[in-house]
Design a protein around this ligand. Sequence first.
Ligand SMILES: Cc1ncc(C[n+]2csc(CCOP(=O)(O)OP(=O)(O)O)c2C)c(N)n1
Ligand SMILES: [Mg+2]
Length: 302
Amino acid sequence: MADPRLSAIARECRVEIVRMLTHAGSGHPGGSLSVIDVLVSVFFSRLRHDPKRPDWADRDRVILSKGHAVPALYAVMAKSGYFDAAKLPTLRKLGSPLQGHPDRTALPGIEAATGSLGQGLSVAVGSALGLRMSGSPARVYTILGDGEIQEGQVWEAAMSAPKLGQPRYPLDNLVVILDYNKIQLDDFVAKVLDLEPVVDKWKAFGWAVTEIDGHDLDQIAKALDQAEAVKGGPSLIVAHTVKGKGVSFMENDPGWHGKSPKPAEAIEAIREILGVPADKWDAHVAADAATRRLVDELRQLA
Ligand SMILES: Cc1ncc(C[n+]2csc(CCOP(=O)(O)OP(=O)(O)O)c2C)c(N)n1
Ligand SMILES: [Mg+2]
């Protein structure tokens, strides 16, 4: 059975994603909502880290290679205590540490500047090798988008990772998670440039590969356990996900790749995420002070 603590955190993070994007007036909801269950699982069931010491040498690293989904990363970082959650509505504002793509010079805890797609795996491979060679027990988690892996640099990194460091320093400290939501910028991946057979391709390069439902917290936990147990080389978890997961009108719709919700849409999205039926919403808002504050806040943006 799914850990109720993790599902509650994932729900709260989905609300924060919708909230911050509405404040920003731009950004990427679809890919943030598809990856949030994976990120919550990594941050809250896995990571050896200390949010108060983001430069701790032996911390596990998370590199969000699909950097445009950074609202999801900010949501889990705020919840973990890297910064005050009150900063979340400053997403994409001038001078904010919460830039529209991850910036390690702006926010302690960000491991790599990503957003120019295709580069994160190379950074992760280099970090994993360096950590192994220096005797650190730290692990590296990196998250790739499915459209992103059409980039050639990804395949250079994928080809080299199982070979690098052998035989003394194999990269079994590296776990890659593919957020396979089937949609890229403005269309379906299979239509633009199909990745299949994606599992066979990575296996052929020498990766240990598992395939899961990327919204099933139990399956994510099991896959992360399995990846940790793999010795001698890196692991890939192919996480089948739904772009926009949790908000019916965003789900599986390329139109919600890079468009922020209007305040009324955001309120509707939050109602769905909280699982309150439409006919009970007004009563819920009246009775629940936190929801009322949030709804009022969003209405003021209209
Ligand atoms: C090198 C590069 N080319 C193009 C873009 C523009 N871009 C931003 S997001 C995106 C689509 C990415 O699709 P996917 O990796 O599937 O992301 P997700 O579905 O998770 O949002 C593109 C092409 C970019 N950020 N970097
Ligand atoms: Mg995608």
